[in-house]
Design a protein around this ligand. Structure first.
Ligand code: SF4
Length: 222
């Protein structure tokens, strides 16, 4: 069941040029990334019955906020962990009650759900992480790199899925989207150069305005 964390955050910075409402789904994540800022509250801690909001309660709280906010961002954990039918229904309802833009944040591991949401026009933009050069790393030989950064055992499928999602976002070509990488201190510059080069090729191929950001690493607060 699609479940949400009760603390909604107003933000000027997550979507440049917009005053947005950031809402976290509380459905866990299929990764355990190094230095994840959401781990303690949203991943290690399972939804607490008297705190969690269901989809209906979240929609009630969101209704009317478009008088102050011009965008809503849905994050996680991993927002696309939820079942597709629930995502479609929920985002369809958001469209009817909220006049602003709808943007989701994803780690890229659900390209088919992402494709469908874009095709249905239920989202206006996507912020996607490309944490590693998935096009050059080998899931077997470089397993230690994947495990150190993503906290999961890698597979060829994982790499394919994330690369497919990155391509979908760049091809969709929304000014509200972005591809970003955290400059993890464990990784050498070569990794970041390979990611930037890959994204640059896709930007040119699709004549896309979707920007790429290499963001600084901030350790999670203790
Ligand atoms: S994908 Fe995002 S939410 Fe999930 S563990 Fe990694 S940083 Fe945290």
């Amino acid at each position: 069941m699609l479940t949400f964390y009760p603390r909604f955050i107003r933000t000027f910075t997550d979507l440049p040029g917009h005053l947005s409402l950031l809402i976290h789904a509380w459905n866990g994540c299929n990764m355990r990334c190094y230095g994840c800022h959401n781990d303690a509250e949203l991943i290690a801690q399972r939804p607490i019955p008297h705190l969690q909001l269901n989809a209906e309660q979240t929609l009630e709280r969101l209704a009317g906020s478009d008088t102050m906010m011009d965008a809503v961002l849905f994050s996680g954990g991993e927002f696309l962990m939820a079942r597709m039918a629930e995502l479609e229904c929920f985002l369809g309802r958001v469209r009817t009650i909220f006049n602003g833009k709808i943007v989701i944040l994803t780690n890229g591991t659900f390209p088919e759900k992402l494709r469908r949401l874009l095709e249905l026009g239920l989202i206006d933009g996507v912020h996607i992480d490309m944490k590693l050069p998935f096009h050059t790393l080998d899931p077997k030989e470089d397993a230690d790199v994947f495990e150190a950064i993503l906290g999961v055992t890698p597979s060829a499928r994982l790499c394919r899925d994330i690369l497919a999602s990155v391509e979908l976002v760049i091809r969709h070509n929304s000014r509200l989207s972005q591809v970003r990488t955290v400059r993890y201190p464990l990784l050498s510059e070569e990794f970041f150069e390979q990611i930037a080069s890959y994204v640059g090729q896709l930007q040119r191929k699709f004549d896309s305005i979707v920007p790429y950001f290499l963001n600084p690493y901030f350790p999670p607060p203790r």
